[in-house]
Design a protein around this ligand. Structure first.
Ligand code: NAI
Length: 777
């Protein structure tokens, strides 16, 4: 045999990783697990088997939590929380460091247990999942250390309920637990029913680290246990999983005052331009869709190739697919392991079988006779509307179509209800950096894919959920502003009889698309002040909301303007208001019957100037992620924001919401103070003379209770805020689940409008997009 022949026929031999230690650990635990509550394991109870998906063997028996277990876990967490928070950042940092070190010390045990339980290749659990989990604890130990100096106005939320999926069991646990603990919260976490073992090993690590009891509690079970946590007395729910369940949790927590972050599904585009380094792009694709058997929320599952290279690209891709090695997850030579469970395997099979369109290629590989295996699959030639182009398959199945121009690539990439991630492959940095901001996604990778780090926030837009995990922005999901909020007080409209104060008919119109608009309903209502009738305002209805949203959506050019230009316009609004300050003050006093109108006008002018100042300074960041390159955290506008403005501060409430929103490039639909609407209808005269483009600010008048629902259910509204003195939090949050829009509602607490909360508004008015740009060859 010649060397050439040996080289050509040489195949990989098996390189099995031993499961002995992990299996011995399971035996040591008696192969049966209870829950980890208040620093100790409970007695195992009735439950279910945890199986190895590669073999079907039972690894351990797990306990299905009952309501009493969830209650015990929540009360242990509640009891432990104040002391944990008082320990201070430096005190908590020591425990987080200790956990990180122990994870490092037992890294191989964790990696093997993870692969046994989940079916992922040991190469991935060893080199990606477990090191990233450690990194998360190290990074957040640092965040705990810095909390008092860097976040002096923030405090812990309290007890956090955390529900995680099965695709990255320990990593998702770390993403949830590390920031929560760093900021002084305690947690009740439920791992996914298929993959609870590394969470239970983590519980053991918490004990070894001497973590005070009750700080981390872990309960096992299925979705029913998840529901119990959602409905329990926690201050926040952090969820990662399917969009269907995320939507249900949004509805269940609506109006409860529980904070919520949702990291949901995706159908992320993988765009390859004709100048790309094709071989690298193909290797990237292997990581994008065959990493973790494609069970990755941000998997590059939708390939878009530029037409000129399609045939060559597909040919090379098929050849690469045929060389992928599939089999025993504990074999170090394996590229693709087992799907997590027979149920998930069946879902993948039936989705693929239901498709008759396009052309399918499945990797030429021998699948192991037993176990949950599915071959790497490519389905090309699909139309955008084909179900497989739109639905998340969550398996090793790539769908592919083509595009001609960069504009078409962006259009196709954004043609999805999701918005989690996207990948751009081109040698032209100008093109990449032109495309990246146009992609509707929380993360964009340039000439790389599936890169993660604790320093770079991860999360989506649209139906991929809201909130970020990691980075500075991830911390806000585990903190709240310091101080106790006062209860909301309903502000009633004035009533009266008698002659108008002004004999001329004053029926204020609404303001839609830069024009004064009469209400569609044809109804108006009187506005009474202490001294008589001040005028009438229109009663907006669903149709007026639609018109206003359409105008706001159409004004999307505003989001592309510079911060400098937006600042100039905001200064201009401030100046024009200042010129009419006395008139506005008198109007406010006439409506409210108080004497603080002048103060309110001055504060409103200051809010406008603050927003103008921030317009070109509320910058993003460049994260020092551990690659040769950077992650650029860009702040982008949310889109169309609908706001029910404060009743008690008719001008200041409106301006405080509007100014930061438009400073960040959003367009707004503002519903004026219900009892005192005339300050808002006077205010649009200021907007008309201040060069605000049509549609950027739209002002409606009418009943908050009636307008909340059409606003919160409108699919072109991206965020809804409510500062109304009618508590509409529940109504808004329930219907917001439709397109999972962001909400900021007052939950029956009052806002102190006398204080400048610009930063909170700026934060609510922006989304962070992390664009990863590696350097060099
Ligand atoms: P799932 O969303 O049902 O499960 C995720 C977690 O939520 C698990 O811990 C589960 O026990 C819990 N859960 C289920 N129902 C719940 C409820 N009503 N209230 C509270 N918690 C609940 O995901 P599943 O069924 O395991 O997978 C189905 C599909 O979801 C997959 O095919 C995939 O498309 C998607 N998925 C997406 C993930 C992501 O990271 N975006 C992760 C896992 C699944």
């Amino acid at each position: 045999m010649t060397v050439k022949e040996i080289f050509e026929t040489m195949d990989y031999g098996p390189a099995p990783e031993s499961a002995a230690e992990a299996l011995a650990w399971l035996v040591d635990q008696g192969d049966k697990f209870g829950h980890y509550i208040d620093g100790a394991f409970t007695k195992p109870g009735k439950g279910f088997d945890s199986r190895n998906p590669a073999t079907g063997e039972v690894l351990a028996k797990l306990t299905q939590a009952k309501q009493a277990d969830v209650d015990a876990a929540v009360s242990a967490a509640r009891k432990a929380q104040p002391k944990w928070e008082k320990l201070g950042g430096a005190g908590r940092a020591r425990y987080l460091y200790a956990i990180a070190r122990l994870l490092q010390k037992h890294s191989r045990l964790f990696a093997v247990l993870e692969s046994l339980d989940n079916g992922k290749p040991i190469r991935e659990s060893r080199d990606i999942d477990i090191p990233l989990a450690q990194r998360h604890f190290y990074y957040h130990a640092g965040m705990a250390q810095l909390m008092e100096s860097e976040l002096p106005d923030s405090e812990a939320l309290g007890v956090c309920g955390q529900i995680i999926p099965w695709n990255f069991p320990l990593l998702m646990l770390s993403w949830k637990i590390a920031p929560a603990l760093a900021m002084g919260n305690t947690v009740v976490l439920k791992p996914a029913e298929y993959t609870s073992l590394t969470a239970l090993l983590f519980a053991d690590i918490c004990t070894q680290a001497g973590l005070p009891k009750g700080v981390v509690n872990i309960v096992t079970g299925d979705g029913a246990v998840g529901e119990m946590i959602v409905n329990s007395d926690v201050d926040k729910i952090a969820f990662t999983g399917s969009t269907v369940v995320g939507r249900r949790i949004r509805e269940a927590t609506a109006g409860s005052g529980k904070e919520l972050t949702l990291e949901l599904g995706g159908k992320s585009a993988y765009i390859v331009f004709d100048d790309a380094d094709i071989d690298s792009a193909i290797e990237g694709l292997v990581d994008a869709i065959w990493f973790n058997q494609g069970q990755v929320c941000c998997a590059g599952s939708r390939l878009l190739v530029q037409e000129g290279i399609t045939d060559r690209f597909h040919e090379k891709l098929r050849a690469r697919m045929d060389s992928l090695r599939i089999g025993d997850p504990l074999d170090k030579c394996i590229d693709v392991g087992a799907v997590v469970d027979p149920v998930q395997l069946q879902t993948i099979k039936s989705m693929v079988e239901s498709n008759t369109a396009g052309h399918m290629h499945q990797a030429a590989c021998d699948l192991p006779a037993n176990g949950c295996y599915y071959p790497p699959t490519l389905i090309s030639g699909l139309e955008t509307s084909d179900p497989l182009m739109q639905e998340e398959i969550f398996g090793p199945v790539l769908v592919s179509s083509t595009f001609r121009t960069p504009e078409e690539a962006v259009e196709l990439a954004n043609n999805t209800r999701y918005g989690l991630a996207a990948t751009v492959w081109t040698e032209n940095v100008n093109l990449a950096l032109d495309i990246a901001p146009k992609l509707v996604a929380g993360v964009v990778w340039v000439n790389a894919t599936n890169l993660f780090d604790a320093a770079a926030g991860f999360g989506g837009v649209r139906e991929s959920g809201f909130g970020r995990e990691g980075g500075w922005e991830g911390l806000t999901a585990y903190t709240k502003p310091k101080g106790k909020a006062k209860p909301l007080a309903k502000v009633e409209a004035g009533t009266g009889e008698g002659a108008p104060v002004d004999p001329i008919d004053r029926t204020a119109k609404m303001y839609v698309g830069g024009k004064q608009a009469r209400p569609d309903s044809g109804y108006s209502k009187p506005v009474w002040g202490k001294s008589g009738l001040l005028g009438h305002v229109g009663l907006a209805n669903r149709k007026d909301v639609r018109n206003a949203v359409e105008a706001a959506a159409g004004a999307n050019g505003w989001s592309k303007t510079t911060g400098h230009l937006r600042a100039q316009i905001l200064y201009y609004i401030g100046e024009n208001l200042s010129a009419r300050a006395d008139e506005f003050a008198a109007r406010i006093d006439a409506m409210t019957g108080k004497k603080d109108g002048a103060k309110e006008v001055q504060a409103s002018i200051q809010r406008l100037f603050s927003a103008a100042a921030w317009a070109d300074k509320y910058d993003g960041q460049v994260h020092g992620v551990p690659i040769r390159g950077v992650a650029i955290a860009m702040k982008e506008s949310v889109g169309v924001i609908g706001a029910l403005c404060a009743d008690e501060a008719p001008l200041l409430g409106l301006v405080s919401a509007m100014a930061p929103a438009i400073a960040m490039g959003n367009r707004t639909v503002l519903v004026a103070s219900e009892p005192y609407p005339l300050a808002a209808t006077d205010f649009y005269q200021i907007l008309e003379t201040s060069d605000v483009p049509a549609g950027v600010v739209n002002i409606l008048t009418g009943s908050h209770a009636e307008l909340a629902k059409p606003l919160a259910s409108h699919l072109n509204v991206d965020a809804v805020w409510s500062f109304s003195s009618t508590d509409l939090s529940k109504e808004i949050e329930v219907v917001s689940a439709g397109n999972l829009k962001r909400t900021w509602v007052n939950n029956a607490t009052a806002f102190d409008w006398g204080v400048d909360h610009s930063r909170r508004f700026l934060q609510a008015a922006t989304e962070v997009k992390n664009i990863w740009v590696p350097y060099g060859e």
